[in-house]
Design a protein around this ligand. Structure first.
Ligand code: FAD
Length: 285
């Protein structure tokens, strides 16, 4: 099923997982998926390690495992280290496995990745996939602006061209202040970006996670959030519970405001997703 259809029916509720790390067997993903499938997400997306096609096998395996659970999968694909001939091979594999949904990304700039000669921005990949005609294409967006963009306004203009290139829905970067998301949403709609936009929510359950996240995506941490983290950083259980409560509070407000959907960054922790789910299940129509 193409994901665009889901948004016509309801507020969508989806999860993100990553393939197992190098040291873990690939089938260890089954334990994660077993824990997530009972929560009945509308789809599960699986990340793609930035770099060349060597990262494909793991993402492909997990995307197929998601489908085997009876859940729609969305396979991430970052183009920064790929050329057209490589993308052709990967798309053929997806097509033959019945995977119809691709989250088309550029990937983070990284000195160890040999840059693609064919794709500079996600938009280039989107145009290329769209020519093939077989896929529903999602894209990434940044409620606080992408860190490399000259300005918030420039980033929005680039987002508009990306969507016009063939994106049928957007998934946002994580954020901790819903007002930032509402402001972004309003600007998108004013600019004519009218595809569904899912809000990306990450429950922060330990201090290391915040440090990594802030260095990667530079999300703004509101005072309310910092006060909680300061108070409980040395109490792992309290930190986990307050991180979950904070995410639930964000989701309740977002659903109440009628947004298109919630994309939960599960960090492969079904027990955390499950606690969140218990608090919001009755809100999901
Ligand atoms: P783009 O849309 O290409 O934007 C990158 C920058 O270029 C922005 O500053 C933008 O304003 C600018 N830009 C875009 N188009 C143009 C243009 N035509 N002309 C001039 N400037 C332009 N990374 C991974 O490696 N693997 C993953 O699985 C993954 N999953 C993600 C999932 C989500 C929901 C999100 C939000 C991010 C994810 N990322 C992932 C991170 C992402 O790859 C990085 O944020 C990356 O830096 C940008 O990717 P993009 O697709 O948004 O790029």
């Amino acid at each position: 099923m193409k994901l665009v259809e889901l948004f016509k029916e309801k507020q969508v509720y989806s999860f993100e997982v990553f393939p197992p790390k190098r040291t873990a067997p690939i089938d260890s993903i089954n334990k994660t998926l077993d824990g997530l499938k009972d929560l009945s997400p509308d789809f599960i997306s699986v990340t793609y390690g930035a770099g060349g096609s060597e990262n494909f096998e793991k993402t492909f395996h997990v995307a197929k495992a998601i489908k085997k659970c009876g859940i729609e999968s969305l396979a991430h694909l970052s183009c920064i280290g790929l050329n057209k001939d490589e993308v052709d091979v990967l798309l053929e594999e997806y097509k033959s496995a019945g995977i119809e949904n691709i989250l088309a990304l550029r990937g983070d700039l990284n000195p160890s990745v040999k840059l693609s000669k064919d794709f500079k921005y996600a938009q280039d990949l989107i145009e290329y996939i769209r020519e093939k005609g077989d896929f529903d294409i999602a894209g990434a967006c940044y409620p606080e602006g992408h860190p490399e963009a000259e300005s918030f306004g420039e980033d929005l203009k680039n987002l508009k061209s990306k969507v016009d290139a063939g994106v049928s829905h957007l998934i946002s970067q994580l954020f901790f202040d819903n007002e930032d998301f509402y402001y972004f949403l309003e600007k998108c709609r004013n600019m004519g970006i009218d595809v569904p936009i899912e809000a990306g929510i990450m429950p922060v359950v330990n201090k290391k996670q915040i440090e990594r996240m802030v260095s990667l995506c530079r999300a703004r941490l509101p005072k309310k959030f910092l006060r909680i983290m300061d108070k409980y950083e040395d109490k792992p259980e309290a930190m986990r519970d307050t991180g979950i409560a904070y995410a639930v509070d964000q989701i309740v407000d977002l659903l109440t405001q009628g947004i298109d959907g919630i994309h939960l960054y599960t960090m492969n922790q079904p027990e955390v997703a499950s606690k969140i789910h218990r608090s919001i299940a009755t809100l999901l129509s």
